[in-house]
Design a protein around this ligand. Structure first.
Ligand code: NAD
Length: 451
């Protein structure tokens, strides 16, 4: 399922044509390969005001083998290569006037950013501000980063992490994610950290080593990609899907050395069967990815109860019931567990013909937010990812025009791949991501829908 237009726009002839006609030129994104360095070049780190994270950021980058450049000086002098990342510690921003120093640092630095680069801003959350002026300045960074993301080209992204006081130790895993190729299709996003106990010494190549991970809807599509990425990262995957998908489920499980479990997640006994399997075969579970989902589209005025009920049952009620049962079952959900729920851009933006689907996917966002404090008590987390236009067999069958428009109306001017959703989920599942809880991360290339 190659992107013919992106391939054309990046060919010699295509580059000339698209430039002359002012057409979009989607870039080939930088995606994660095990063993590759965090960044393909140096990083430049700056601060706006007296930030408290700049030194920690610099140390983190240096520990990853990244050369940290000094910011561009007033006379335009630089120290060498174009940066692959521009990081701004904006925790010193106290008023709108302080934002001028953010502009002074970012403008020349972003100008030099190489293709597939990363802009990452760190700030205190507006909700913790002492005054309206401080809240305004912190919130202003949200608008700033979303606009930078829309201005960047060449497959570069811009994202913002809000770091409340006390959550500094949770910073490393999110910073690594946003700089790495794992976040290739995550753009214009804002993640707010919370204070958490973060285990040290994660194995860089196999961050999920020794973990047992359940992935529902794993027989194909995004679920199969999640199962593969989790296995690559070291987890033993219990791949779940309906009996009718048994053959492809077995193929996925065999390919990754995992276990196949045929289960309709909407069946009354599904939570108990899953719990029994996990207890007896694996001694419990560390990671649960609620990925299985269905669509039954019709305009609301034409939608029958069967369409409404089946979508709610698979996309929302099963996630609630299984999670509740896991929380209640003694000794099954391990301390430090990670639950990741698949929502959708439709749950944020709404979509014509998808009242049932959008309601279910919005419900998932509310569910993870409400459950986060209870999970935090166990040093565990629950988060959601909301995919945008992801290139799958389903989207390949769309009419040409619908597909082309759907895949281009985002800042990266292309559809994402199942692996992009999988990488984001695998990151949220890492032990080091303990400080990311109750969040919904869009994997949509900064889609204009619901932005
Ligand atoms: N493809 C996209 O562009 C896109 C965009 C946003 C969100 N999503 C969401 O991502 C998830 C995966 O989507 P996909 O495109 O890979 O879909 P898909 O239809 O290719 O795969 C879904 C899988 O879930 C399984 N499943 C359905 N009902 C089940 C049940 N009752 N019990 C167990 N398994 C069941 C199916 O058999 C199938 O293997 C879904 O939650 C979907 O809503 C997809």
């Amino acid at each position: 399922m190659s992107d013919w237009y992106r391939d054309f726009a990046n060919s010699g002839f295509g580059t000339t044509i698209t430039k002359q006609l002012g057409l979009p030129r989607p870039a080939v994104l930088r995606r994660h390969e095990p063993g590759q360095p965090l960044l393909p070049g140096p990083a430049v780190v700056g601060s706006a005001g007296e930030g408290r994270l700049r030194d920690a950021l610099t140390q983190l980058l240096q520990a990853e083998g990244v050369h940290v450049q000094s910011p561009v000086t007033a006379d335009g002098a630089t120290d060498g290569e174009k940066p692959a990342a521009v990081l701004l510690d904006a925790t010193g921003v106290r008023s709108p006037a302080d934002l001028a120093s953010a502009h002074d640092f970012l403008s020349p630095a972003v100008k030099r950013l190489r293709a597939t680069g990363r802009v990452l801003i760190l700030a205190d959350p507006p909700s913790d501000a002492d005054s309206p002026a401080q809240a305004a300045a912190r919130q202003a960074l949200d608008g700033l980063v979303r606009s930078i993301a829309k201005e960047l080209r060449g497959g570069s992204t811009a994202n913002l992490i809000y770091v409340p006081a006390g959550a500094e130790t949770a910073l490393a895993s999110p910073v690594r994610f946003f700089l790495s190729g794992r976040s290739a299709y995550v753009d214009g996003q804002v993640v707010t950290l919370s204070a958490a106990e973060v285990p040290g010494d994660e194995d860089g190549d196999k961050p999920l080593a020794g973990k047992v991970a359940v992935v529902t809807g794993a027989a194909r599509g995004i679920g199969a990609a999640i199962a593969k990425v989790m296995a690559r990262d070291g987890a033993h995957v219990v791949a779940v899907d309906v009996p009718a998908a048994g053959d492809s489920l077995a193929a996925v499980a065999n390919q990754i050395g995992g276990t196949a479990l045929q289960l309709d997640i909407t069946a009354d006994d599904a939570p108990q069967r899953l719990i029994d399997h996990l207890r007896e075969r694996h001694g419990g579970v560390d990671i649960v990815v609620h990925n299985a989902g269905i669509t039954r589209d019709k305009l609301l005025v034409n939608m029958d109860a069967a369409r409404w009920n089946s979508v709610m049952a698979v996309n929302l009620q099963a996630q609630l019931d299984i999670t509740e049962a896991l929380l209640d079952a003694e000794g099954v959900l391990k301390d430090g567990a990670r639950i990741v729920c698949v929502s959708s851009q439709s749950g944020i933006a709404g979509n014509r013909g998808q009242t049932n689907y959008a309601a279910s996917k919005a419900g998932v966002i509310g569910m993870v937010r409400a459950w986060a404090p209870r999970f935090a008590e166990r040093n565990a987390t629950i988060n959601a990812v909301a995919p945008g236009f992801i290139v799958t067999e389903m989207t390949a069958k769309m009419p040409f025009g619908t597909r082309e428009i759907g895949s281009r109306i985002n800042s990266l001017q292309q559809g994402g791949l199942p692996v992009d959703v999988a990488e984001t989920i695998a990151w949220l599942a890492q032990p080091g991501s303990a400080g990311v809880n109750g969040q919904t991360v869009r994997v949509c290339g900064q889609s204009m829908l619901g932005a």
